[in-house]
Design a protein around this ligand. Structure first.
Ligand code: C2E
Ligand code: CA
Ligand code: CA
Length: 691
């Protein structure tokens, strides 16, 4: 029960936020100190009060006792004088008066003695007291005899009797009283000493308690101070360093760049900035998981730090983007350093249970050679990095040409946006011919950009740009809309072939895509089986789960899927089995030189066998001559595309081709859905099934 209570208290405390916890700690510390202080005061005061009471008691009793002893001594002396007087006076009246006086004093003595006895006594006092009592009685008899003697005898004889018998008897009592007096004096002395000792003890005790209170206070102060200092260090660490890699972060990097301009600007010395990021980092994150992505970032941080000088700075600027500051280094020297770092960095590494190819692209820009303004210098290093990435060359030093290309791309981006809105895009169609019937079974829609100044721009020059800028989404929608509209026109004219449309990675990750396509089909009253969507393995692998989700939805709608550029990507058989595709398209790089390269023929032959074994149709692209066409027919390829049959052409040109070409003569009817497609469709009921 107790343990449970402690555990729940601990849990509650740990659930509190840091400042609240410190607040509680501080409060508890100060409350503790205060409590000890109050304790000090209470204990101290009570101690003092007790000492005071003791002292007062002792001194009061002792004083009274001393006074009584004095009284006894005085009375005793008086009585001795009375005895002398009794011996000397002759007048009976005077003698009687002296006797009266003597008896009075005796009473006073006894009274004092009784009073003394009424107080509590210690052993020594009791000892003396017990001696005085019998002495008084004994001497009383002697004295009475002496008085009787004095009354009957002459002065000289009587005086002699007093001096020799009575007075010495009295002296014995006086001695004891003196002892009592001395004892009282020493007792008072002792009481004072005792009180003094008590006072010192109390003082010591209070001092000790005060010391404890101060120690607690100091302890609390130390703990709080250490805590505050640690927290401020942590805050500083958080504000200036990256949590994962422990490298300086963007803001510290910018700070150091600012310092570098001040120092090197004054000394007229150069420094270089290197911006780099990892190639295919997203792939690692998506395929191997974020944990491996994190390990990769840590690996990079550690490798680069190890390869650099102490005076250099490497910072994580965000995501997989890093920055380096190389003080005192010109562009030429930076190139040597970058080469060294790339050699150390670009390796195959084991991260967790995965082997990952680490690769990065770096851009170098130098101060003051390339720019003296830090933001512009960073931009230039960035442009150089993108140029290196595009050219796949590892690194690039900034040049004005790189900037021109970069700004050209930005311009192109604006223009492309306009092109989509202002109908500068145009679809070309390339027929797909069946090896079985020798006639057209479909067309592939291939986009072109009718640029007002540059003329017809090929998709390879703007599709990658559209992909990185996100313009691919509106572009694909335009392609889909145009192609679906066209398919309706062709079907109405009796041309019953499919239209294939190319999709990019971003399209596959767009969860709304199936819905949008369904809407377009409904709007133009087109059938889903008239459509074929071409995807590539790499576009699926970017985010396999999401891509598969989209593909399964599209497949369920009755749209056929084709795996484009087969042989160039991962070609993972495990994934190929999972994809709901009904067709694979062998990449043209294997087809083009097939008749001279036997290796290619082997690859094509086995790919056809593989496709057929998986229940898929196999299409070849890049058929440029009759030899290849015939070879593919012999290998059992289902259909082909290529310049040999037709280049991609405009709608009107295709209409013309449909009338004139031998490939178009024997019209094919849209074949009923082959059994294997039905079979495969059943395998892909829900996205969960394919995970
Ligand atoms: P792809 O999907 O592999 O398209 C086939 C490419 O091969 C086309 O190039 C076509 O003109 C070319 N080709 C066809 N037959 C032959 C031949 O016999 N020999 C040779 N050497 N080439 C042939 P194109 O039209 O320049 O398209 C290039 C790429 O641009 C396409 O490759 C596709 O990935 C992409 N693309 C084209 N249109 C679109 C589109 O609307 N959307 C998307 N996302 N990508 C598109
Ligand atoms: Ca294609
Ligand atoms: Ca292709």
């Amino acid at each position: 029960m107790k343990l449970q209570l402690v555990a729940s208290l601990k849990y509650k405390i740990s659930a509190l936020s840091e400042p609240v916890r410190i607040g509680f700690g501080l409060g508890a510390g100060f409350a503790g100190t205060l409590l000890v202080m109050v304790l000090v005061m209470t204990v101290g005061f009570s101690y003092m009060a007790r000492i005071y009471a003791d002292l007062e008691q002792v001194s009061r009793v002792n004083n009274v006792k001393t006074e009584l002893a004095h009284k006894m001594k005085y009375v005793q002396r008086e009585r001795a004088l009375n005895l002398y007087a009794l011996a000397m006076v002759k007048d009976p009246f005077e003698a009687d008066e002296e006797l009266q006086h003597f008896n009075q004093k005796a009473r006073e003595f006894l009274l004092a003695l009784d009073k003394f006895g009424s107080f509590g006594m210690n052993v020594q006092e009791r000892d003396i007291f017990d001696k005085i009592k019998p002495l008084t009685e004994e001497r009383g008899r002697i004295v009475r005899d002496a008085i009787a003697f004095a009354q009957t005898h002459q002065g000289g004889q009587s005086l002699e009797y007093m001096r020799k018998v009575a007075i010495p008897g009295q002296q014995g009592i006086a001695d004891q009283v003196d002892k009592l007096l001395d004892l009282q004096e020493s007792l008072t002395q002792q009481a004072v000493v005792h009180a003094e000792e008590s006072y010192y003890r109390a003082r010591l005790f209070m001092l000790a308690l005060c010391g404890i209170a101060i120690a607690i206070g100091v302890l609390v102060a130390i703990v709080v101070l250490r805590h505050v200092m640690r927290q401020s260090r942590e805050l500083e660490q958080k504000a200036l360093f990256d949590d994962l890699t422990k490298l300086p972060n963007r803001s510290l990097f910018f700070d150091r760049l600012g310092q570098a301009t001040v120092i090197y600007g004054k000394e007229k010395k150069p420094f270089s900035i290197v911006i780099f990021d990892l190639d295919r980092f997203k792939e690692v994150n998506d395929i191997q998981g974020h944990h491996v992505g994190d390990l990769l970032l840590k690996y990079v941080a550690q490798k680069v730090t190890a390869a650099m000088r102490k005076t250099d700075t490497v910072a994580r600027l965000g995501g997989d983007e890093f920055g380096m500051l190389l003080p005192g280094v010109s562009a030429d020297s930076a190139e040597i350093i970058v080469k060294k770092i790339l050699a150390a960095l670009n390796q195959r590494v084991k991260l967790g249970e995965f082997m990952v190819d680490c690769a990065s692209s770096m851009g170098i820009a130098s101060y003051p050679e390339h720019d003296e303004d830090i933001p512009r210098l960073l931009l230039k290093a960035d442009m150089a990095m993108y140029a290196a990435k595009r050219a796949n060359v590892g690194y690039r030093i900034y040049t004005p040409e790189i900037e021109m290309v970069a700004s050209r791309n930005i311009e192109l981006q604006h223009e492309l946006r306009n092109a989509i809105e202002n109908k500068q895009l145009q679809l070309y169609y390339q027929p797909k011919i069946s090896h079985h019937s020798g006639s057209i079974v479909g067309v592939e829609a291939l986009v072109r950009w009718n640029h007002p100044e540059r003329g017809l721009v090929a998709p390879d020059d703007f599709i990658p740009l559209a992909e990185v800028t996100g313009l691919i989404q509106p572009l694909t929608l335009w392609v889909l809309q145009t192609a679906i509209k066209q398919s309706v026109t062709w079907h109405e004219a009796g041309h019953v072939f499919t239209i294939a449309i190319n999709l990019s990675t971003r399209n596959l990750l767009d969860g709304d895509l199936p819905g949008r396509i369904a809407k377009l089909l409904a709007t133009y009253r087109a059938k889903p089986e008239w459509l074929m969507l071409e995807i590539t393995e790499s576009s699926v692998m970017a985010e396999p789960a999401r891509a598969l989700d989209t593909l399964v939805k599209l497949n369920k709608m009755g749209i056929q899927l084709s795996l484009d550029d087969f042989g160039t990507g991962y070609s993972s058989l495990a994934y190929l089995r999972k994809l709901p595709v009904s067709e694979i398209k062998i990449d043209k790089s294997f087809i083009k030189d097939m008749e001279i390269d036997t290796n290619d023929t082997v690859i094509v032959r086995s790919t056809i066998a593989l496709g057929h074994n998986l229940g898929m149709k196999v299409v070849a692209e890049g058929v440029e001559n009759i030899e290849i066409w015939e070879l593919l027919t012999a290998l059992g390829c289902d259909s082909s595309q290529g310049y040999y049959m037709s280049r991609p052409i405009t709608v009107s040109a295709l209409d013309e081709w449909l009338h004139s070409s031998a490939w178009a003569k024997e019209k094919t009817v849209v074949q009923p859905r082959p059994h294997f497609i039905e079979r495969r469709r059943k395998q892909f009921k829900t996205p969960k099934d394919v995970e």
